[in-house]
Design a protein. Structure first.
Ligand code: SDX
Length: 424
């Protein structure tokens, strides 16, 4: 039911009445679906002002730097909830009771192994393949193993697919890393927590299973929480679009992984570390800031700016606090952190960045923590994909469990008008 009305007046045509809806938070939306019948499309490349769906999962206020998951602020979740609790919240809409949490943890733990045959998929890749290339392949391949849970119209199949994806992403991520190292892949261990298990599979070997540092496990878990969901970003919109055709959830998540890979999106965390390496020293910062401001130079300050946040990304604040905690607890004095802080200070005081409301985003500090944990740079976006899986799945499930239509945008055509093939 429309809350208000809008009227579109196009010269030479009758006014078109359009319904306007209000959400519980955020801007009103104008329902433009009726325009097609009037022979008119909207035009919004990059979807700067387009709502693709109605959702109850995550709310972002870009002006105020607010991020809520099912109404809970991200800084409170990062401090008080663990990653699996956040997964439950995103999927179910409410925080779990102690009993529900224990059951969910146990269910996830019992799905962390992957089919032994999946190991053979890795042999087709070069050892130096980019980890995201392998993740795109092996996650999509999961659909070849789970014919028992691919009926997207069956709520139980959707539930088991969600569990399998959340449970297996860390296992696959660690397998990708071990493959690149030429080391044996490690099996998950059920006595470990989700993030302890991931670090175990990443860094232990059959020769020696060292105890997992609680500091590193907590930092890893918080990084997963901070990446868990972010409304209709490029990769989540990709998952929704793939899902709207009826594709199975594993294929949809593989599509999301592919979209996340780009340096303008989830690939930015890897790009930040490479950028800091390239800058090298505080004395070079001014030169790189000038490059970022130069319209003729494609260089952008990685980890800065955001489509929605025109204030500090609330995740970046928590990430920076976690960065300080982890480096202090580990006694690491990372010159790249010093460089990043100086870069942030200079950029944020520069009129170009201030006028455009360009602030550090979630990717600016995450790489420094990941490096401190021992994660290699090329694995950073795989970590992002692992953390984002519950968000992708929650949005996919929200769409599929309600009425939806196949996503099929239109266009402004400016190509040649109809012409005949020349007679020979
Ligand atoms: C993520 O959408 C999400 O929610 C994504 C994400 C999630 O959790 O899913 O938050 C994760 O992707 C974070 C963003 C990571 N990407 C980067 O850090 C790459 C660097 N950032 C830029 O590429 C850029 O800021 C984007 C892609 C993030 C946002 O681009 P927009 O919204 O399309 O903004 P824009 O390109 O139109 O920029 C507006 C102006 C432009 O200058 P003018 O044309 O107005 O003169 O700001 C400039 C841009 O050139 N600008 C930058 C800049 N970011 C924007 N200039 C220099 N360095 C930058 N980083």
């Amino acid at each position: 039911m429309a809350d208000k009305k809008a009227q579109l007046i196009i010269e030479g045509a009758a006014p078109i009445d359009l319904p306007v809806y209000s959400g519980t938070m955020g801007p009103d939306v104008v329902d433009v679906r009726g325009l097609t019948a009037e022979g008119v499309f909207t035009f919004d490349p990059g979807f700067m002002a387009t709502s693709s769906c109605e959702s109850k999962i995550t709310y972002i206020d870009g002006e105020k730097g607010v991020l809520l998951h099912r109404g809970y602020p991200i800084d409170q979740l990062a401090e008080k909830a663990d990653f699996l609790e956040t997964c439950f919240l995103l999927l179910k809409g409410e925080l779990p009771t102690d009993e529900e949490k224990a059951k969910f943890d146990s269910t996830i733990k019992n799905h962390t192994m992957v089919h032994e045959q999946l190991k053979t998929f890795f042999n087709g890749f070069r050892r130096d393949a980019h980890p995201m290339a392998i993740m795109c392949g092996v996650v999509g391949a999961l659909s070849a193993f789970y014919h028992d849970s691919l009926d997207i119209n069956d709520a139980n199949h959707r539930e088991i697919s969600a569990i399998r994806l959340i449970a297996k992403m860390p296992t696959l991520a660690a397998m990708v890393y071990k493959y690149s190292m030429g080391q044996p892949m490690m099996y998950p261990r059920n006595e470990l927590s989700y993030s302890e298990n991931f670090l175990h599979m990443m860094f232990n070997t059959p020769c020696e299973e060292k105890p997992i540092s609680p500091v590193l496990a907590k930092a890893m878990d918080r990084i997963f929480v901070l990446h868990a969901d972010h409304e209709q970003n490029a990769s989540t919109s990709t998952v929704r679009l793939a899902g709207s055709s009826g594709a199975n959830p594993f294929a949809c998540i593989a599509a999301g992984i592919a979209a996340l890979w780009g340096p303008a999106h989830g690939g930015a965390n890897e790009a930040v570390l490479r950028m800091l390496d390239e800058i090298g020293d505080v004395s070079n910062i001014e030169k790189f800031v000038a490059k970022a401001k130069d319209k003729d130079d494609p260089f952008k300050l990685m980890g800065f700016g955001h489509r929605v946040y025109k204030n500090f990304d609330p995740r970046a604040k928590v990430m920076k606090e976690t960065c300080d905690e982890v480096l202090a607890e580990l006694g690491i004095n990372d010159p790249q952190l010093e460089l990043a802080m100086k870069l942030e200070e200079i950029a944020r005081n520069d009129p170009y960045f201030k006028e455009r409301n360009l602030y550090p985003n979630v990717d600016f500090y995450s790489g420094i923590i990941l490096k401190a944990i021992g994660i290699p740079t090329e694995m950073f976006t795989v970590i992002f994909a692992t953390g984002r899986t519950p968000g992708w799945i929650a949005h996919w499930n929200e769409m599929i469990s309600g009425p939806y239509k196949i996503g099929r945008p239109r266009q402004l055509y400016t190509g040649p008008t109809q012409r005949d093939y020349p007679s020979k």
